[in-house]
Design a protein around this ligand. Structure first.
Ligand SMILES: [Zn+2]
Length: 105
């Protein structure tokens, strides 16, 4: 009988598959820290399931995990922790006439 005896690191059992990018390497399942931008905030998600090629380093994220994450980050799901209604005054370009040459980086 196959049951999930342990709920530790091996909750997701995945097998490597050939890389679609370089066709030479294998995509290996890894737990990485996923970075994404939510508006102007950088959101980091530790222990995010992803596939990483051992040759070209291509990353491919787990579709279900992405869907789950998008659902979490979707402001329409009823979360009120993110307020973006207020006008962001800091975005106003009041310094356009500044004398300082600011490199646009
Ligand atoms: Zn590859």
């Amino acid at each position: 009988m196959k049951t999930n005896m342990t709920d530790n690191e091996n909750t997701i059992i995945l097998e490597p598959f050939p890389c679609t990018e370089c066709s030479a390497g294998m995509m290996h399942p890894r737990m990485i820290t996923y970075f994404t931008w939510l508006g102007q905030e950088l959101v980091t998600v530790p222990h995010f399931p992803a596939w990483i090629c051992d040759v070209c380093g291509r990353r491919q994220y787990d579709e279900k995990a992405i869907a789950w994450l998008n659902m979490l980050l979707d402001p329409n799901t009823g979360k009120t922790t993110i307020k973006k209604r207020k006008t962001n005054l800091r975005n106003k370009k009041t310094r356009l006439n500044s004398h300082r040459p600011i490199p646009d980086s």
